[in-house]
Design a binder for this molecule. Structure first.
Ligand SMILES: [Mg+2]
Length: 435
């Protein structure tokens, strides 16, 4: 890949996008759907398709197609209302794989991420090799497919991942390239030939505004005076589009590790009635959260527990402490203390622990006087010190041999690592297409 470093710093960026995500998860969970035209979407008169299998796409059905029209295009269409809890679960697995391979990751919805590999300069990996490895792991570990674009900026990486996917050509499925590395020639070709809606930030509204002034192609924008464009779109959007049309995109990959919170929760197969059993679950969640905090090199100032009863009522309890915590002993102690303030109710269907007010970890694990004086856990400080050596050894082993290689007493009671990262609001990319 060659970079024009006069305009922007070269950054090997990946854009990874799971293929036909919702539909693929449905097929994964119900193999009898394989090879059939399947969509996830609303089946009402005003319903639209959220995600379409490639078999459905052969009939011209795609995301945002009104369901009524989709049924006309494909009379045998199988319409599934969707299982969003399940998609979130699968999304967490996807993110876990990506985070395992690359440190700087920005999520865009459930099935799409950007990764910036420049932080790996010490090991200077081949970006294509990283892309291939992630793709292979998604196939092997999740039985799902994804397209990966490799480019010098977000704009081209996103266009490339689209190019990496299977395509429908005259009703026929063209197999996926899987990984597409963008070179100068492709950049030029795309900028010369793609419609303006291929650019980030050009949704249907902007597209029709641009069409009204005769702009339908990216190269039209490139030749347009930015001031004139600004009079139609506003200065900010005009500037962004003019940059993109020249292939310049300086947007950084916004690392999710500047995360707002890290949490772990579980919906129980059988609701939990006994308090001590509930306490054990919270301890386990606390341990997973602690490990995720350390894995992200952050520590938390606030711990929250959430309990949802069988009658659907949820209760959250939070405590903000004067120190940054990343230790299972301290976080468990806080969680159990918070549990004391949850009134008795029906059996519990879901319980979770979330850490928030995150800051960069110092590695000191200090406990403040305030916190100690609260008497939440007098032994926590000593315990934390005593455990830190063991803990980093465990994390190290897990890092090298996988998370199930070794557990502590708390974590051995069951449950997979399923860490949800709550993110700030995101632009969800160009509107219209969820591939
Ligand atoms: Mg997708």
């Amino acid at each position: 890949m060659s970079y024009d470093s006069s305009v922007e710093a070269p950054r090997p960026i990946l854009h990874i996008d799971l293929d036909a995500f919702f539909a693929s998860v449905e097929i994964l969970d119900n193999p009898s759907l394989r090879g059939k035209p399947v969509v996830v979407g609303g089946d009402s008169d005003r319903g639209v398709v959220a995600s379409a299998s490639y078999e459905a796409r052969r009939f011209g059905v795609k995301s945002a197609t009104p369901t009524v029209l989709a049924k006309r295009l494909c009379p045998d269409l199988i319409i599934i209302p969707g299982h969003f809890d399940r998609y979130e679960e699968v999304s967490a697995e996807f993110h876990a794989i990506v985070l395992d391979e690359t440190p700087v990751v920005e999520s865009l919805g459930l099935d799409e991420v950007f990764c910036d590999l420049s932080s790996l300069w010490r090991v200077s990996p081949d970006p294509v090799a990283v892309a291939r490895r992630i793709r292979q792991r998604v196939r092997d570990e999740m039985q799902l497919e994804c397209g990966v674009g490799v480019a010098r900026n977000k704009l081209f990486a996103k266009l490339a991942s689209r190019d990496a996917k299977p395509k429908i050509d005259h009703g026929r499925l063209v197999p996926a390239a899987g990984v597409v590395l963008v070179d100068d020639e492709m950049e030029r070709h795309w900028l010369d030939t793609l419609p303006v809606r291929a650019l980030w930030g050009v949704g249907p509204a902007t597209e029709s505004k641009l069409a009204a002034i005769g702009i339908t192609q990216i190269h039209h924008v490139a030749r347009m005076d930015e001031k004139i464009l600004a009079s139609h779109l506003g200065a900010a959007q005009a500037q962004m589009l003019c940059s993109f049309a020249r292939g310049v995109d300086t947007r950084p990959v916004e690392n999710d590790r500047a995360t707002k919170s890290i949490g772990h929760e579980e919906t129980f197969a059988v609701s939990v009635a006994a308090r001590d059993e509930l306490a054990r679950h919270l301890q386990r969640h606390a341990a997973v959260v602690a490990r995720a905090l350390r894995g992200s090199q952050v520590a938390a100032g606030t711990i929250t527990i959430k309990v949802r009863f069988d009658d659907g009522k949820s209760i959250s309890r939070s405590r903000t402490v004067g120190v940054a915590l990343d230790d299972e002993v301290a976080i468990s102690a806080l969680a159990l203390d918070l549990l004391q303030s949850v009134p008795d109710g029906p059996a519990v269907r879901l319980a979770g622990v979330t850490a928030s007010h995150l800051c960069a970890a110092t590695g000191e694990g200090q406990m403040s006087f305030d916190f100690a004086a609260e008497g939440v856990m007098a032994v926590a400080e000593e315990e934390q010190r005593r455990r830190s050596a063991l803990r980093s050894a465990l994390d190290d082993i897990r890092g090298r041999f996988g998370r199930s290689a070794v557990g502590t007493g708390i974590e051995m009671t069951g449950g997979e690592l399923d860490v949800s990262r709550q993110r700030g609001s995101h632009a969800f990319g160009p509107t219209g297409e969820t591939n």
